[in-house]
Each structure stands twice: as C-alpha cells, then as structure tokens.
Design a protein around this ligand. Structure first.
Ligand code: SF4
Ligand code: SF4
Length: 223
C-alpha cells in the first residue's frame, strides 16, 4: 500500500493562511491503514488546526469529509455539490488522491496535508517500511522474493557491496539489514543458492520513472 505521514503542523497552517473556509477530505484506504489520513486522522487534524490557528486565524472554519478512495474520481463525486462553496480543500490522501481532486475539480484549490513516502507494508504497530519502488519490470523471481532495487541502499542487482557487515547495511547498520544478506539467507532456505552464481544483466530502466510519467493501458478491458 501507499505509505504517507502528516506534514508538520506549521507547514499546513502556513498553506491555509489565504483561506477562511476549508474543506478537509480524508481517504479511507491506504492512508487510513497507515494512520495518516483516514476519517479519524481528519478529525484529529481538524481539532489540532483549530487550536493552532485560534489566535492568528480565528475566523477559519474547517468542514470534515472522508471518501473511500480519493484516487478514484467516482468516489469523490459526492463532493461535487458542495466543493465549490469552500475557499480550498485540504486533502489527507496520498499525492495521487490530491491530484485526482485537483483534476476533477479544476476551479478548486487543493492542498496536501500529507507527505507521500513510498509503497510498503506495516512491520509492527507504528512502523511501515518500503518494499517496492514501482520499477515496472519486477525481478523478485530471481532474488528469493526480496527486492534489491528497493531494499539495497545502492540498488545493487549484483551484490553485496563491500560494506555489508554482520548482515547489516553500511548506510545505516542500526536500522537497515543488508538486502543481499536477506537475499542470500532466503535463497539458502529455498535451496536456490546457485542463482547467485549468475550475473544479473543491466536492468532495463525504461519501464521505470526515467521515461517520464507512465500509464498502463489494458486494451482487453478498455472501452
Ligand atoms: S523489482 Fe521493481 S516491481 Fe519488483 S518489487 Fe522491486 S521495485 Fe517493485
Ligand atoms: S550493505 Fe547491503 S544493502 Fe547496503 S548498500 Fe551494500 S549490498 Fe546494499
């Protein structure tokens, strides 16, 4: 899922300075699971903003809504009748949700309340970690299901580097396991260590972000 976290309150309040009547819109999917932008977080952020702005911007009103998936225009349709009556929308969705609202309601100012971080998974309560960089050409089959693009700090496809020590990554030994140690251990467990004798050819990055914004077109389902 997409992992995001709330921007610093000072940054959000600064973005609200020109406005008096704001609609805050949450999203009940990824950002709700990562406790950053679902209905509960909208309610908490709204209260925090009212407190933070009670002296400098006492006239500010904040209405609260939450849609199921802000990245799908259909799910935002319920906002259409009222969105024009607000000076701005403060979105607690990921960057995709923010842009969907902005495209869908071109006359409306849409502001982000979150910083979108990465695609990842919950590790434990309060900890989320990156697992996929969306390279567009998945190589997990060759690496025991562990992504060297995302989890090796140097994105090495033929690792490890000389800095791997005691199973930890030299970039941050305390917090980052060496991806190549993880790959080795996993392949050993699967009885597939011989995979590591093959040199992985240079990756075709044209499927990644380097070619600009990407689209997926499914002709079999496209109308
Ligand atoms: S190889 Fe690419 S698509 Fe597969 S998990 Fe890694 S970044 Fe994601
Ligand atoms: S120590 Fe491991 S994870 Fe860190 S950069 Fe080197 S190979 Fe990659």
């Amino acid at each position: 899922m997409i992992i995001a976290e709330r921007k610093p309150i000072q940054e959000i309040t600064a973005s609200l300075v020109p406005y008096k009547n704001v609609l805050m819109v949450g999203c009940n999917t990824c950002v709700a699971v990562c406790l950053a932008g679902g209905a509960k977080e909208v309610s908490v952020l709204s209260a925090v903003l009212r407190l933070a702005l009670r002296e400098n911007q006492p006239e500010l009103t904040i209405a609260e809504r939450c849609v199921e998936r802000q990245c799908e225009a259909e799910m935002n349709a319920e906002l259409a009748t009222e969105i024009g009556s607000y000076d701005a929308v403060l979105s607690t969705a990921c960057g995709v949700g923010v842009q969907t609202l902005a495209e869908q309601f071109p006359e409306t100012v849409v502001l982000p309340a979150l910083n979108t971080k990465f695609m990842g998974r919950p590790e434990e309560l309060g900890v989320w970690s990156e697992r996929c960089a969306g390279c567009g050409n998945c190589v997990l089959d060759r690496f025991g299901g562990i992504c060297p693009v995302t989890r090796c700090s140097k994105n090495l496809l033929n690792g490890p580097c000389g800095g791997s020590a005691n199973g930890r990554c030299e970039v941050d030994p305390v917090n980052i396991p060496c991806a190549w140690q993880l790959i080795y251990d996993r392949l050993a467990r699967l009885g597939q260590l011989e995979r590591l004798t093959a040199i992985e050819p240079a990756k075709d990055w044209s499927t990644s972000r380097h070619g600009g914004p990407r689209r997926v077109i499914r002709k079999d389902v496209k109308l």
